[in-house]
Design a protein around this ligand. Structure first.
Ligand SMILES: *Cc1c(COP(=O)(O)O)cnc(C)c1O
Length: 228
């Protein structure tokens, strides 16, 4: 079984090839390593390998790992999980970017957590399925949510859109809808150019569809410890 350094190098080579094949520039794409469920030691090893962007999907785990690693392994922490309003203060304190803003209430809570603070980078999560139970705003609601952020949440900086491709569909088709949602958001916030998309199984398609931030876990970390 290849080790962590080999898996990271392999994924980075596949990213570089996909970026070239899409006629895009390498610096347009940021690779975030999703470290959820893995212990802080794994994050330390990733940091030593040059990783600077990591993603977590649970607030308590994010808060704990950041506290452990802040002194020795400074990183940009991306919160990619379902955001709950009662955790907004803790998320804001621990995250450098929140990818999962999908309704006005969570935007309001993140803003209220530190209204005068350093602006927090946020992405609007878009639901690319017809299932309202999945996380994300409906594509039709992206414009209004962007306007809400501008009008009511001055301490949040809308950077773009985020989505998880549905399992039951070709990723390219889903990512095309995300690109459309990105254009909708940019009609309201012209510099909200980030597109957070692409996981272990679909990052090549995501790069072809314009993704700027890849969230790659198991292809780099190996299988996650069994915790959900
Ligand atoms: C876990 C997770 C990922 C990474 O998934 P892999 O398939 O392991 O690459 C990406 N995005 C979100 C929102 C996740 O929860």
């Amino acid at each position: 079984m290849p080790d962590l350094a080999e898996r990271l190098a392999d994924v980075d080579a596949r990213i570089a090839a996909a970026v070239r094949a899409s006629g895009r520039a390498p610096d347009e794409v940021t690779r975030i390593v999703v470290t959820k469920f893995h212990p802080p030691e794994l994050v330390t090893r990733l940091h030593a390998l040059g990783v600077r962007d990591v993603g977590e999907n649970r607030q308590q785990e994010l808060t704990a790992k950041r506290a452990v690693l802040e002194g020795t392994a400074p990183l940009r922490w991306h919160f990619i999980g379902q955001a709950q309003t009662n955790k907004a203060r803790a998320v804001r304190a621990a995250a450098d970017a929140v990818h999962s803003v999908d309704r006005a209430r969570i935007a309001d809570a993140l803003h209220a957590a530190d209204p005068e603070g350093e602006p927090l980078d946020v992405l609007l999560q878009v639901n690319l399925t017809d299932d309202p139970g999945r996380g994300g705003a409906r594509p039709d609601d992206v414009e209004a949510l962007g306007e809400h952020l501008l009008a009511s949440c001055p301490s949040l900086r809308p950077r773009g859109v985020m989505a998880v491709a549905p399992l039951e569909e070709e990723p390219a088709a889903a990512f095309a809808r995300l690109a459309a949602a990105s254009a909708t958001l940019r009609s309201v916030v012209p510099d909200a150019t980030w597109i957070s998309a692409g996981m272990t199984g679909d990052f090549v398609d995501a790069i072809a569809a314009g993704a700027t931030h890849l969230r790659i876990g198991s292809a780099i970390t190996g299988p996650r410890p069994d915790r959900g």
